[in-house]
Write a protein that binds this ligand. Structure first.
Ligand code: ZN
Length: 138
């Protein structure tokens, strides 16, 4: 009789434990099925990089979005060097030193200052170079 009572109590405990487990599982699944909106205290959510960037970082992001090359990382375009199609030289100041390899096999480089304004010519070969403003340092 005593062993029967113990067995009954043990099975009751197991049943209660199983019911508690089932209830907690149901609670979890009910939460999982519901759409939960988590927001920050400000109500606007977490700000994106574009929303919180300032200064140079913002200018770079805007430039990258526009498809330009803020760091001059891409290969330069080919220019013929004529008056109509001068070599474009970006600069963050109003002048820049340019080295011209006048002909493909030359071992000496002709260096000269290129100033803002009209296109200038290489003193040796006569190729045209034009300085264009580049506002982002790299
Ligand atoms: Zn040259």
């Amino acid at each position: 009789m005593l062993s029967t009572t113990h067995a009954l109590l043990a099975s009751l405990r197991v049943t209660m434990a199983a019911r508690a487990l089932l209830a907690s599982t149901l609670r979890v699944s009910r939460l999982a099925g519901r759409t939960v909106h988590v927001r920050c205290a400000s109500g606007g959510g977490i700000p994106t990089d574009e929303q919180q960037a300032t200064g140079l970082e913002k200018a770079i992001m805007r430039s990258m979005k526009a498809g330009t090359d803020p760091y001059s990382m891409l290969k330069p375009k080919q220019y013929s060097g004529s008056k109509q199609d001068p070599h474009i030289v970006p600069s963050i100041t109003n002048k820049r030193i340019v080295g011209c390899v006048c002909e493909e096999d030359n071992t000496a480089i002709v260096w000269f200052w290129l100033h803002e304004g009209e296109a200038q010519r290489c003193p040796s070969c006569g190729s045209h170079y034009k300085l264009v403003p580049h506002d982002l340092p790299h």
